[in-house]
Design a protein around this ligand. Structure first.
Ligand SMILES: [Zn+2]
Length: 431
């Protein structure tokens, strides 16, 4: 019995110690001020991590710099929990050696202390709506939502140290365009040093006590439309960039309709450098995906919150807390993917990198190097084992083998002996 208990403890510890590394994106030029944005310290606050994900993909910086870490508490984001290893935002004064968040917290601290960083924002979705005076359980001084949170009025001897004035100017600007009057932004000063023992353990307090101006932007958990929260967060960040003289452009109009569209756009991921999966419109299940028995990872991704998550025998592709598709693995050993293959589509020849995609209208032919077997999934021709050089007509592809809901994406896989050597996707053009 005792042995069994020990064994259980051991496996639970192993499982519990798997915090994932967060990503860091650096946009902009080396000249001018640097704003550091932290998102996703709490995994159940989507405004706090989808807003920085849009920043990463859709903004360009032409003066100054924007550093963005959109997914600080990545494991908790995938599980939609505040903190699956406890509250990460209470670990900045002290942290236990064996804490699963330790590596991330140490890395966050180093970023804060980087001499290039001039100002720090930590993004959240807080409870209720902050008000100076008590109105009810939702609108009151203890609430956090729709506020710039400062630990104290200023940080002396730094360029953006006048936190109170800065927060008031930004709030005022946000209040020009609100979807509902009660979404009004305020400044909440927690007066951390004197009054708030808990906040003394937080990220922003660590920053200001090390001479770095920092504050939190909180949208409200009581606003249920994620796009609306993301829009408020982006407007706040733009206001801070304007205050600091950081110049930016974005490739979309800042309104609810476009934000909703962007939030539904996931792009593609590449797994293990050899398998491409376009996530938009993908089937709920992909079968027989060549994967490694031991270790699989995303090696290229269009979305900062894309991740692989094991679920028993299967592997799920997540974007934040949302499951996009489930992979049923075929455990096949792999070797370095081919560099490229030649493809003929409707009479034209081209080179396609591996993995990548090409479009065709009526037919295509894939020519692989000698010794490589080509397998077009959803196509077969009697007596043919290697489909290299074989012309595939659109009408001969079985829709149930397509990767996507519109039945337009077909896998073309390459094998050398028993080894998988990558794939390309043949995409049937829209009629
Ligand atoms: Zn939070």
């Amino acid at each position: 019995m005792r042995a069994l208990v020990l064994f259980l403890t051991f496996t639970l510890t192993l499982f519990a110690s798997s915090q994932r590394d967060f990503s860091l994106y650096k946009l902009g030029t080396s000249k001018g001020p640097t704003l550091l944005i932290f998102g996703g310290i709490h995994g159940n606050e989507p405004g706090g991590y989808f807003a920085p994900s849009i920043l990463v993909k859709h903004y360009r910086i032409s003066k100054g710099s924007l550093w963005i870490a959109p997914n600080l508490n990545f494991e908790s984001i995938l599980r939609f929990q505040r903190g699956c290893f406890g509250d990460m935002n209470r670990k900045f004064a002290a942290i236990k050696k064996n804490d699963p968040d330790r590596k991330s917290v140490e890395r966050i601290k180093r970023l804060i202390l980087n001499p290039k960083v001039d100002m720090i924002l930590n993004l959240h979705d807080g409870h209720g709506f902050y008000r100076d005076e008590w109105k009810n359980a939702i609108f009151n001084p203890k609430s956090w939502g729709q506020a710039c949170i400062i630990d104290q009025k200023c940080v002396n001897d730094t360029r953006y140290g006048n936190l109170d004035e800065l927060a008031r100017r930004v709030s005022k600007r946000l209040n020009h365009k609100l979807f509902k009057n009660h979404h009004i932004f305020n400044v909440k000063n927690t007066e951390t040093k004197m009054k708030d023992e808990q906040m003394r353990l937080s990220l922003t307090y660590f920053a200001i006590t090390h001479g770095k101006p920092a504050m939190a932007i909180e949208t409200s958990k009581n606003i249920t439309d994620v796009a609306m929260k993301v829009l408020y967060q982006l407007r706040a960040i733009e206001a801070f960039m304007d205050e600091m003289g950081i110049r930016y452009t974005r490739d979309f109009d800042l309104n609810l309709i476009t934000i909703r569209k962007l939030l539904r756009r996931y792009g593609s991921v590449v797994i293990n450098d050899n398998f491409l999966i376009p996530l938009d419109g993908i089937d709920k299940i992909l079968r027989n995906v060549p994967l490694s028995r031991k270790h699989n990872r995303i090696t290229r991704s269009d979305h900062p919150l894309a991740a692989l998550k094991r679920n028993g025998r299967y592997i799920e592709i997540m974007v934040g807390p949302k499951k996009i598709t489930t992979l049923y693995p075929a455990y096949i050993p792999s070797r370095q993917p081919l560099d490229a293959v030649t493809v003929e589509t409707d009479g034209y020849l081209k080179q396609i990198g591996v993995p990548d995609r090409f479009t065709f209208k009526k037919r295509f032919t894939v020519f692989a190097p000698k010794g490589i077997r080509v397998n077009v999934i959803g196509f077969s021709k009697k007596g043919v084992r290697n489909e290299s050089g074989i012309t595939v007509s659109a009408t001969k592809l079985l829709p149930k083998y397509a990767m996507d809901r519109e039945n337009r994406l077909f896998r073309v896989e390459f094998y050398e002996g028993k080894y998988f050597r990558g794939m390309v996707i043949a995409e049937k053009a829209k009629e």
